[in-house]
Write a protein that binds this ligand. Structure first.
Ligand code: HSE
Length: 429
């Protein structure tokens, strides 16, 4: 086998291959031998790595005759895509952890796997060590998945958890996440939701057998989440989480998925009684709802060298076993081709906290704005504070466009001093 990349995950893969060589060999039926490791620079200190295996010529490595499995842990779009395509073209099986590439151009890789009869496994691309893609690809492939709802980014979960537990502001919690090594020096991919959106695209594609790219995913990060949002959630016995949500949207006849699918990432309130609310720190968890299986929850470490390497090793053993048996694993099929709906057509619920003048007609005027957009109110709570009042409105489910138009109108009302918090509400009504 060839390894492309020898960073945090790659070096863990090499360590596990060495330390567990006898077990892995017994499980596969033949030894798993590393023929070469492609790196960008040869002059780095790499403890535990045989320098004789290192090369900067990845292109030659993936086409070598003595290589039949290629593990890609370089990340990014190129040269990873070309190298994996080249490997599959020459009959090799590929294992990758590359969520960015799968979310941007998975179709090209899947098409190559189909055309060349190659295995393409990528469990490590979503939620690190948690076995999630294989259950969707294999165990649940006979079922009808309605919804995938998850916390798939540990950095943002850590930050939101700190805000909830210690009342920290976003910046303070981010600095702490950086000091602990959860967040990168440039935290954009995590805090702006790009990482979660790529994972949502991969999950939606597998769950609904429909092509979905990261560009199709509605994405909002957590940089705008305030202490007021978090304390508002607490008052509702809820917690703010960055959620990746993939769901079938029913048509007028109630046919689930009849209108298409909605794939989105945003911070939202979920009730503390929801299983996802108890996911603390940098952990990940994904809740899958399927027609016959009902609700399933997958929980564990979503990042880090060793947990991600565990997922890579699992795939490696699977593709190696397939080769020994002369078979191959599942091929991705995106036959359903369901439309990905714009956010405005997605059905959501809102929590809106307003500072308003405390006088007659104010509540009626606010309620009127919801009614104007045909948004039904589920609960209202008002608390007087001198000549002002804090008003909290929680809606029933409505199209997101109607909810956001209502909030735009509320901003313009003279009686509204401030729209203090707006947050979507997820979890069952
Ligand atoms: N940065 C990601 C996280 C891990 O915080 O979960 C890699 O996807």
């Amino acid at each position: 086998m060839a390894l492309l990349g020898c960073g945090v995950v790659g070096s863990e893969v090499v360590r596990l291959l060495r330390e567990q060589a006898a077990d892995l060999s017994a499980r596969v039926g033949v030894p798993l031998e590393v023929a070469g490791i492609a790196v960008r620079r040869l002059d780095r200190d790499r403890a535990g790595i045989d320098p004789g295996l290192l090369t900067t010529d990845a292109q030659s490595l993936v086409t070598r005759d003595d290589v039949d499995l290629v593990v890609e842990v370089i990340g990014g779009i190129e040269p990873a895509r070309s190298l994996m395509l080249e490997a599959m073209k020459t009959g090799k099986s590929v294992v990758t952890a590359n969520k960015a590439l799968l979310a941007e151009d998975g179709e090209t890789l899947f098409a190559a796997a189909r055309e060349y009869g190659a295995d393409l496994y990528y469990e490590a691309a979503v939620a690190g060590a948690i076995p999630l893609l294989r259950p969707l690809r294999e165990s649940l492939v006979g079922d009808h998945v309605h919804r995938v709802l998850g916390i798939v980014n540990g950095t943002t979960n850590y930050i939101l958890d700190q805000m909830d537990t210690h009342g920290a502001g976003f910046n303070e919690a981010l600095e702490e996440a950086q000091a602990l090594g959860y967040a990168e020096a440039d935290p954009t991919a995590d805090v702006e939701g790009f990482d979660a959106a790529a994972k949502a695209a991969i999950l939606a594609q597998l769950a609904f057998h429909t092509p979905v790219t990261a560009a199709d995913v509605h994405r909002e990060g957590i940089t705008e989440v305030t202490a007021a949002d978090v304390s508002g959630a607490k008052e509702m016995d809820s917690v703010v989480k960055l959620l990746a949500i993939c769901e079938r949207v029913p048509d007028e006849d109630g046919r689930n998925g009849g209108r298409g699918v909605s794939v989105r990432v945003y911070p939202a309130m979920i009730p503390r009684s929801h299983p996802l609310a108890s996911v603390r720190g940098a952990f990940n968890a994904v809740f899958v709802e399927a027609e016959s299986a009902g609700s399933l929850m997958f929980y564990g470490a979503g990042a880090g060298g060793a947990p991600t390497a565990s997922a890579v090793l699992g795939d490696l053993v699977a593709v190696a076993r397939n080769r020994v048996a002369g078979s191959r694993g599942p091929v991705e099929v995106t036959y359903a081709k369901l439309p990905v709906l714009p956010m405005g057509e997605t059905i959501t619920r809102y929590y809106v906290q307003l500072d308003v003048a405390d006088r007659s007609g104010v509540l009626a005027a606010v309620a009127e704005e919801f009614a104007r957009q045909d948004v039904s109110i589920q609960a209202v709570r008002q608390e007087g504070r001198g000549d002002e009042a804090q008003l909290v409105v929680v809606t029933h489910r409505a199209p997101d466009a109607a909810l956001s138009a209502t909030v735009d109108r509320l901003h313009k009302l003279d009686i509204v001093r401030e729209v203090a918090s707006v947050m979507r509400v997820e979890g069952d009504e």
